[in-house]
Design a protein around this ligand. Structure first.
Ligand SMILES: *Cc1c(COP(=O)(O)O)cnc(C)c1O
Length: 249
């Protein structure tokens, strides 16, 4: 019924995903990402158990998320609030840990505070305060990473490194937040710019914050194309979209 082509890297539609043979792609993708992490950890002298994988499912439908979940992947990252809420509704029968990783405007904090377990893209005091105030008392504290604009890019979200210390201690003092760590999306590797250098600077910021009395356990860095260099630099959480779920349109 559907063209079967193993080299086809287009994302799965809901219809395609109910065809059992397509399941193998997700399984192979997951195995491949796990063995890359395994290899990177061996190189870095680290344990695989130190690394959490967040599957980035933005622009992918609910059904491949469900299938990845049944293959053992439990944490998923979403960038767009409305899109995420629609999928969460379709997947409410399974126990997914939802991470919000996209740019966050203050008019969306309420929905995020109600419907996610983690926010990795907090980058302003106002956003942090709203997330804490709006987190329902009945839910556990919201896990938060502060996003750092590590390469000082004009168009990119994130706090600049020189403002991080103050913001982290501010977040630490908020009632319904559990400050877990830092997140960054470095500049694309280009001539003269290597993302492993950005990851090194993230690692140093992370260590500096912990030396200042915080107890952060999460350094969220590394994506499909560069998870190995992030793991070499101390990443504890990689966010993988394309290499798990296929290309996005
Ligand atoms: C889309 C996205 C990813 C995943 O990127 P891939 O290159 O597809 O793995 C990771 N982190 C964030 C914040 C993203 O927006």
């Amino acid at each position: 019924m559907f063209p079967v082509n193993d080299s086809d890297t287009r994302p799965l539609t809901i219809d395609q995903c109910i065809v059992p043979c397509k399941m193998n792609n997700l399984k192979a993708n997951l195995q491949n990402v796990c063995s890359r992490i395994d290899f990177a950890c061996k190189e870095a002298g680290r344990q695989v158990s130190e690394i959490v994988v967040v599957a980035v499912s933005k622009k992918h439908p609910a059904e491949p998320i469900r299938q990845l979940y049944h293959l053992g992947q439990s944490a998923f990252g979403e960038n767009y609030v409305q899109e995420a809420l629609a999928k969460q509704k379709l997947l409410q029968d399974i126990d997914i840990e939802w991470h919000f990783i996209g740019p966050l405007q203050s008019n969306k904090t309420q929905e995020v505070a109600h419907h996610f377990h983690w926010v990795q893209s907090a980058d302003r005091k106002k956003i942090l305060k709203r997330l804490s105030d709006q987190r329902p008392a009945t839910l556990p504290d919201l896990n938060v990473c502060i996003q750092v604009n590590i390469d000082r890019e004009e168009q990119k979200s994130g706090v600049l490194p020189e403002h991080l210390m103050e913001m982290a201690h501010y977040a630490q003092g908020l009632d319904k937040l559990h400050l877990r760590g830092l997140m960054a999306i470095p500049q694309q590797a280009t001539a003269g710019h290597d993302s492993s250098d950005s990851y090194q600077r993230m690692r140093e910021l992370f260590d500096t914050l912990n030396a200042s009395g915080l107890t952060l356990d999460t350094l969220s860095m590394g994506m499909s194309g560069d998870l190995e260099s992030a793991i070499m630099k101390g990443s504890t959480m990689v966010r993988v979209g394309t290499d798990l779920l296929g290309q996005r349109y």
